[in-house]
Ligand binder design. Structure first.
Ligand SMILES: Cc1ncc(COP(=O)(O)O)c(C=O)c1O
Length: 280
């Protein structure tokens, strides 16, 4: 190919570092099987790779917990196709008819569209907080927008349009004080700017693998934060996706699928228990 100047890294990073191609190639050349389907050495190696990625990401987005010697439970992470799927999962899993959502006028379509859909067809309400003239959100405006029926505050860390980075710590404090779940779209900042879920009181962190984390396309996920806890969670990842096995190596890991037994545990396709009470 002729030499090109690539300026579209906010859409997806390119070229990926050589180690990304090498690792994907090595996986398919040497391991290349799904974990959870087989107890053979290859399946176990694939499972270890996935578990290692969980451990790494859980620490990467929770440096203060790591420093305190209290690492995040790596099973509070669900892998998805991308940030779009991660954000849809959060919104669909959190918001029901009669609930109120606080979001902003700065959001990507992967937030705006599912929120609008919830309002138009799902009986929910939403408030769209406006930024100031420079694109910054005032945490006090978020506080004012919260209502007794607010279920979720969801906004991006860094805007794909303006590049403005919001003060997550102050907004997270407002949400914590109000007892409302705080979801962050880190599509533009994960891997680019430090993010500390615990310090910013983030309940859901949506990330994509293919931008600042320099991973392959078709990767992303959601991390569950503090409230909701590590030892039990009433949140249901409403992915409506079903799959029987996990596909590593840069291919999607489908959440919300797997075996769901009424009244029992729901085991996700990525091998972790996502919610303990069916229907909650
Ligand atoms: C702010 C923001 N949120 C979400 C997304 C969706 O990311 P993905 O391509 O991983 O679905 C993007 C993509 O450009 C984005 O910029």
């Amino acid at each position: 190919m002729d030499k090109i100047i690539y300026l579209d890294n906010a859409a997806t990073s390119f070229p990926k570092p050589d180690i990304v191609h090498e690792t994907v190639h090595k996986f398919y050349a040497t391991t290349g099987v799904n974990p959870g389907r087989t107890g053979c050495d290859l399946g176990l190696a694939a499972e270890q790779m996935i578990h290692g990625t969980r451990v790494f990401l859980s620490g990467f987005f929770n440096p203060s917990l790591m420093a305190a010697g209290k690492p995040k439970d790596p099973n509070r992470l669900v892998f998805t196709l991308n940030a779009t799927m991660s954000l849809n999962l959060i919104i669909n899993g959190c918001v029901s008819s009669g609930d109120h959502i606080v979001t902003t006028l700065l959001e990507h379509n992967s937030v705006i569209r599912p929120v609008n859909h919830k309002v138009r067809d799902g009986g929910a309400e939403a408030t769209y907080v406006a930024p100031d003239g420079e694109g910054y959100l005032d945490p006090e405006d978020i506080r004012k927008a919260i209502q007794p029926n607010t279920k979720l505050v969801i906004l991006n860390h860094g805007s794909n349009v303006t590049g403005v980075v919001q003060d997550l710590e102050s907004i997270g404090k407002v949400c914590k004080e109000a007892g409302v779940q705080f979801a962050v779209d880190s599509a533009q900042t994960a891997g680019v700017l430090p993010i500390d879920m615990a310090e910013c009181h983030i309940d859901f962190l949506s990330f994509t693998g293919h931008k600042g984390l320099f991973g392959p396309t078709g990767t992303g996920g959601d991390l569950r934060g503090g409230r909701g806890g590590d030892s039990g969670d009433d949140f249901r990842w409403d992915g409506r996706a079903q799959c029987g096995a996990l596909s590593p190596g840069g291919v999607s890991l489908s959440p919300g699928g797997g075996d769901a037994e009424p009244g029992g545990h729901r085991r996700s396709a990525c091998g972790c228990e996502l919610d303990r009470r069916e229907g909650t």
